[in-house]
Ligand binder design. Structure first.
Ligand code: KG4
Ligand code: ZN
Length: 360
């Protein structure tokens, strides 16, 4: 497993890429030099807009992106103290995501690319999360195990070289973030559920409630979180019992949140261990909104098996959706000679692995 650390970013070539991200509920733009020097990163979260629906409303999201994208790009350029002329290329998330949302970022990126005569690069959003470790730590030894856990995706990836990834396992039902969001709704906690469960769990007893850890078959690297959510529902309201008059409060709420969060974290750790034992990886990195969870980070750092790997825990801001990860992955694609045409399509579905930077 050991060996000299090697930087996956070339030293000599200077690239400066503007990355634009609008696939979900963050409007984001960033300027990144050489794939890992974040000169600026501007993110506007729409959480407040969607909170009352407890989920992202596509039409509301795309309208908000439309209003904000140009000022956010201008801010990213100003913060980076650069001009469009100085950019090497313009990168944009073109998949997966809500079509109306993707189209806003793509229209902005295409217009800028055309106006300033810059190459356009389309980036896969999930692959950008998979590669966040290389943005945070350019010398991260490969192959690496990469956990992407967000509201829409939970999957384990093998990152062999920049742009070369294999999906080892994925969720069969709810994503980890979705399980936290739905659990929070059952507990009467605000959206998004991950941070509110994390906050409520702070003073709770993780062992107070016995909730299931679904590991599927002994060899499986897939995830399943829907049974956990149902178990919480029946813990709150045993079958045959009348509905509760009010959601839990005080110590009971803290204990429920802590027990629920621990069940999610336990499953993520167990699957990472399985994958690390089966694949000769040298590093472990995490990305996606759930990777912001401090209990998950604490458990990763303290795990006797996983500790043997180079652990790359990116700054919290790089785990949530952002433009820097888009610009960073695009840098590798650019170095491999890829450029997209201005008729690049928005695609709702993710790629299933393989050549992460190939078109299609
Ligand atoms: O990657 P992301 O910002 O958006 C996408 O879904 O693509 O992830 C959002 C998810 C939500 O489910 C949210 O509850 C969860 O990440 N999340 C967290 C934390 N912060 C956000 N989950 C656990 N702990 C957190 N601190
Ligand atoms: Zn994401």
């Amino acid at each position: 497993m050991a060996g000299p650390a090697r930087s996956w970013h070339a030293a000599a070539v200077t690239t400066r890429i503007l990355g634009i991200e609008t696939s979900c509920d963050e409007t984001a733009a960033a300027v990144v030099d050489d794939g890992h020097v974040v000169r600026s990163s501007v993110v506007h979260s729409q959480i407040a807009l969607h909170a009352r629906w407890r989920g992202v409303v596509p039409e509301v999201a795309s309208r908000s992106h439309t209003e904000r994208i140009l000022p956010i790009v201008a801010q990213a350029l100003a913060d980076a103290q650069t001009t469009p002329d100085e950019l090497t290329a313009i990168a944009v998330t073109h998949r997966p995501g809500m079509i109306g949302c993707l189209l806003v970022g793509m229209a902005a990126a295409k217009a800028l690319a055309w106006r300033f005569g810059k190459p356009l690069l389309g980036v896969d959003h999930v692959q950008a999360h998979v590669h966040t470790g290389l943005l945070a730590d350019p010398a991260m030894p490969l192959p690496a195990l990469s956990l992407v856990a967000s509201g829409g995706h939970t999957a384990l990836w093998l990152l062999t070289a920049p742009g070369e990834t294999t999906r080892l396992g994925t969720t069969r039902d709810d994503a980890a973030g979705e399980a936290l969001d739905k659990g929070a709704a059952l507990l009467g906690l605000p959206y998004p559920g991950g941070p509110s469960i994390e906050a409520a769990a702070a003073s709770g007893d993780r062992k107070a409630f016995d909730l299931p850890r679904t590991l599927l078959g002994a060899d499986s690297l897939d995830f399943s979180f829907s049974g956990l959510k149902t178990a919480l529902l029946y813990t709150l309201r045993p079958q045959g019992a009348p509905p509760r008059a009010a959601p839990p409060t005080g110590q009971e709420l803290a204990d429920l949140a802590a027990s629920y969060q621990e069940a999610v974290v336990d499953v993520l750790i167990a699957k990472l261990r399985r994958a690390a034992e089966r694949h000769p990886v040298r590093s472990l990195c995490i990305g996606g909104g759930v990777a912001r969870n401090l209990r998950l980070r604490e458990r990763l750092a303290g795990d006797p098996v996983l500790r043997a790997l180079r652990l790359v825990l990116p700054p919290l801001a790089l785990c949530a959706d952002n433009g820097a990860m888009i610009a960073s992955l695009a840098t590798f694609a650019w170095r491999q000679g890829r450029v997209d045409a201005l008729d690049l399509d928005a695609i709702a579905t993710p790629q299933s692995g393989g050549k992460a930077m190939a078109r299609g």
